[in-house]
Structures are given as C-alpha cells and as structure tokens.
Design a protein around this ligand. Sequence first.
Ligand SMILES: [Zn+2]
Length: 165
Amino acid sequence: MDAVEFKSIDQRPTILWIGCSDARVAETNVIPGTEIFVQRNVANQFSASDPNTAACVAFVLNLPSVKEIIVVGHTHCGGVKACFDTAKGDPPGLHPHLLKWLEPLQRLANSLVTPGTPLQTVIKANVVQQMANVRAFLTTLPLEGRQIAVKGAIYDIENERLDYV
Ligand SMILES: [Zn+2]
C-alpha cells in the first residue's frame, strides 16, 4: 500500500454504534481508541425495513469480534427536536425525505408529547425504541448461539458524558 499504512488487514470492531449524524457526536470522539463499526443517520434510527440500517446490523454476522450494539442518542438532537416541535403543533417545515425518514419518530413523539413534556423525554424514548427494534431484528438473524448485547445511551453534549439508559 502506498500512501496509507494499515495497522491490520482485518477489522476487529467490538462495537456496532448506531448513532446520529450530528457532527458533535462522532463515535471516535465519544469512545476514542476503540475499533467501532458504524451506522449513523439522522436521529439514530433503526428499522428492519430500512436496507441501510438493517444491512449494517446484518453485517455483524461477518464480524465475530462485535460483542455489543449500542444505540446512541444525544442532547440537542435536531431530528428529535423537529418531531418534538411538530408534536407541539410547530412543525419546522422539513424536506420530504426527512419527513419520510422521521415518520416512526414522529409517531413516537406524537404519543408522548404533552405541553409539559421535556425534549429529553423523547430523546430517551427514541433510544429505547431503537434498542427494541434492533433486538427484534436480531431474533431474525442466524446468530447460532452468539450473544450480542444491545445497549442504549445518551451523549450529553455540554458535559461530554455518555450515560447509559
Ligand atoms: Zn441528532
């Protein structure tokens, strides 16, 4: 190899990170020094019917080093805030692709938001929902006894802290 010298030919990630596209929540900043397989998208969504996110989780079958899948939400998430504001009757006017992408999250927000609900409630519920979605999808995969933990966490941007839910 010419310009780049690789440490290893094989990747051996221990974690599959399902996080938000948000620039402030890059997995290599949050968990530095760890080899991580990554799926990031707006508002850290996972759906078995979305080929992108589902393919990333299915790819773990090819990565025996992966021991856990972690869904990571974060404070001040623009995607969650958009659904939160829409549920409060103040929709931000999103591009049709974003509206489509966020449909499941919008349904979740609509079911939770009352006048006193804080944004953080929806951020946490979103992580919990995506964990459930990942767990359900894992049951459809031929894991052959392999144990993969599914965890959830919220990254606090102000405190630079990762809190497990
Ligand atoms: Zn976000």
